[in-house]
Design a protein around this ligand. Structure first.
Ligand code: SME
Length: 318
């Protein structure tokens, strides 16, 4: 498969080998090396020589030094995660069209991502300087995800949106769904929406309490799982069901009572759905990223589960 995500940020960080007064001429040679991409970036942002000088002037050597040492330690992982969030959603992003490449680069710190015309296809430029300045570098893979999603919607530049904002917007989008009568349809749509809109939700599914102390797999989005029936207390799902509490597992490899359905899974969250104090099902999300979930996810997913619980009628659902 083609490499959707490439990384040329190291080329930009060579700016540190030069005296500060020579940074503008370094930029000119960087532009020549990555022609026509950097030139088209300048055009897309309407930059002039003086605005470029100004942007370079706003970068300090200590700032770039810190960025360079961060990048040395994390670039490999960042590139891997970024490739993963895109390729795992091959169909959603229509990768077979091969009309774009993501280029992780160092630019002038103006926008987190900008789409420009490359030699053959569109190039989605991700600027690590901009992400660094806005203290978003740890979320680079989310920036890549949002940039590709934005590009597919016809947006040509933007800044990464934090998780809290993303999930707040999703709440507004999901709210009308819960008016529907058909709970199975609601669950299907929830799975699909979460999988498509949240970069680190790699498997999203519902388990529903069926029979005596047993969970049965309901609607889900992601790879098929062998765990179609799970007894209470077995695995993370069974424990969440038997205790009625949310389980947030940062590293599944450290869990002794865990049911693996895919070796790629690194972290998991399971939120029970309760009706009149009784667990009637749960929402289970797997991520291929370590520690992918936090209190922000927990609050959001609990909101979904409480909305669903208003809709679910135990007798009609299962
Ligand atoms: N990991 C879960 C099993 C369900 S799969 O993740 C879909 C568990 O330990 O209960």
């Amino acid at each position: 498969m083609r490499k959707v995500v490439q990384n040329i940020a190291g080329d930009f960080l060579k700016i540190l080998d030069h005296d500060r007064k020579d940074w503008f001429s370094f930029w000119q040679s960087y532009k020549r090396k990555h022609s026509p991409i950097v030139e088209n970036y300048e055009k897309r942002l309407g930059l002039t020589p003086s605005s470029i000088e100004k942007a370079l002037h706003q970068m300090t050597r200590p700032m770039l030094d810190k960025l360079a040492s961060y990048w040395k330690a994390h670039s490999r992982d960042q590139k891997l995660w970024s490739s993963h969030v895109i390729s795992h959603r091959h169909g959603l992003f229509n990768l077979s069209k091969e009309d774009f490449t993501v280029l992780i680069s160092g630019l002038l710190g103006i926008r987190d991502w900008v789409v420009v015309q490359g030699n053959k296809e569109n190039v989605i430029l991700i600027d690590i300087v901009s992400l660094w300045k806005r203290q978003r570098i740890d979320s680079l893979s989310s920036a890549v995800f949002q940039a590709v999603a934005g590009f597919r919607r016809g947006i040509t530049m933007g800044d990464m949106i934090g998780k809290q904002n993303v999930l707040d917007t999703l709440k507004e989008k999901l709210e009308p769904l819960f008016e529907q009568e058909n709970t199975e349809e609601i669950m299907k749509k929830v799975c699909q929406t979460l999988f498509e809109e949240v970069p680190h939700y790699d498997w999203v599914g519902f388990y529903l309490v069926s029979g005596e102390n047993e969970l049965t797999l309901g609607p889900y989005t992601g790879d098929p799982t062998e765990h179609v029936k799970i007894p209470f207390e077995k695995g993370i799902c069974g424990q969440a069901a038997s205790t009625g509490t949310t389980f947030l597992v940062e590293d599944v490899s450290k869990e002794s009572n865990y049911l693996s359905c895919n070796p790629k899974v690194k972290s998991e969250i399971v939120v029970p759905i309760k009706k009149d104090g009784e667990v009637i099902g749960e929402l289970d999300i797997d991520s291929h990223t370590l520690s992918a979930f936090d209190e922000i996810d927990k609050e959001f997913l609990r909101w979904i589960c409480s909305k669903l619980s208003e809709r679910i009628d135990r007798r009609t659902c299962f």
